[in-house]
Design a protein around this ligand. Structure first.
Ligand code: PBG
Length: 344
């Protein structure tokens, strides 16, 4: 046994004169509750849903606990979600290969899974529900890119400006079906202004735009692309989604979308970009939305299933962190389970 230092020899001779003691505010649960700076309510969440043609539901291997829904199954799931106090739904369409073409024309099909779901969920729940729809071509194009392609002397490139009319057709189809907000996630330049004009010209001045203003080219979308069958068939999305190394660029994207008429701004993904949320917060007066994306969800689920952490606490801490960083609303696959289980 080595010789241990004796703390008695280090004991204070006089009481410590410590006027400032932060621990006083943590001394009991009721007190901690009363001074908590951040909190979560059910209506802080936007719940994502994957809609497919047909009936029934299919599990998504990469996203345990998340399903693709046919119409009837979706309506039941939406009802369950509303009962938990979540009022906002974000709808994504999942199309079979045979519905896809190079121009993504099925994105404007009024009988597609998303327009149908909008009409039915509105019929069932009226204005209790706030309906957001993802507006992007990747689930509708045969090549899986978010915009259309063109041949150029430099090779095949994204045709930014020619993609905008198809995105506008998609947004109008959703507005006609009864969406409250369209959420363009394609990252083409000028799309927010283009959609705003198209909506206004068609008389949909009340339909809002939640812009995926700050959307990074992220590895954390992997499970979503399986869920939505929307992975690019070649190349990547780096020519339109943002470089993870950049922060000033995020402020620029956000400012542009605000100037073009966005009603809310999104940062996506959430967890690796909490600094971006925090920097954007004082730069805009618009509501900020954070997307806690599929890979973030899958990562936490896998860790919980491996017994590496306590899922309830980890989910709560994660969602609180996103709010603390500056998000008003959170899009998260955790929302329903976290509320139903009383994790938050
Ligand atoms: C469509 C879109 C994507 C996500 C939302 N909208 C995928 C992508 O950009 O490749 C990802 C959401 C998630 O990972 O949960 N462009």
């Amino acid at each position: 046994m080595p010789k241990l230092k004796n703390p008695e020899s280090l004991a204070l001779e006089a009481p410590l004169e410590l006027a400032l003691r932060p621990r006083r505010l943590r001394s009991g649960a009721a007190l901690r509750e009363s001074v908590a700076e951040t909190y979560l309510r059910p209506d802080h969440f936007i719940a994502p849903f994957f809609l497919m043609a047909g009936q029934g539901q299919e599990p998504i291997a990469a996203l345990p606990g998340v399903q693709r829904y046919g119409l009837e199954a979706f309506l039941r799931a939406a009802e369950g979600t509303l009962k938990l106090g979540v009022r906002s739904l974000l709808l994504f369409g999942v199309l079979p290969e045979e519905a896809k073409d190079p121009l993504g024309r099925s994105s404007a099909d009024p009988l597609g899974p998303v327009p149908r779901a909008i009409r039915e969920v509105r019929r069932a729940f009226g204005n209790e529900v706030v309906i957001y729809t993802d507006v992007c071509l990747c689930a509708h194009t045969s090549h899986g890119h978010c915009g259309l392609l063109k041949e150029t002397p430099r090779g095949l490139m994204i045709d930014n400006d020619r993609s905008l009319p198809q995105l506008a057709a998609m947004a109008l189809t959703h507005a006609e079906a009864g969406a409250d907000f369209v959420a363009p996630s394609d990252m083409m330049d000028g799309r927010v202004g283009y959609l705003r004009r198209a909506l206004d010209q068609a008389g949909f001045t009340e339909v809002g735009i939640l812009s995926y203003a700050v959307k990074y080219a992220s590895a954390f979308y992997g499970p979503f692309r399986e869920a939505a069958k929307s992975a690019p068939s070649f190349g990547d999305r780096a020519s339109y989604q943002m470089d993870p190394r950049n922060a000033r660029e995020a402020l620029r994207e956000a400012a542009l979308d605000e100037a073009e008429g966005a009603d809310m701004l999104m940062v996506k993904p959430a967890l690796a970009y909490l600094d971006i949320l925090a920097r954007l917060r004082p730069q805009t007066r618009l509501p900020l939305v954070a997307y806690n994306v599929s890979g973030e969800y899958a990562m936490l689920k896998a860790a919980a299933r491996a017994g590496a952490l306590d899922e309830a606490r980890a989910v709560r801490e994660t969602l609180l962190a996103i709010r603390r960083a500056g998000a008003d609303l959170i899009i998260s696959y955790h929302a329903q389970e976290a509320l139903a289980q009383g994790w938050i």
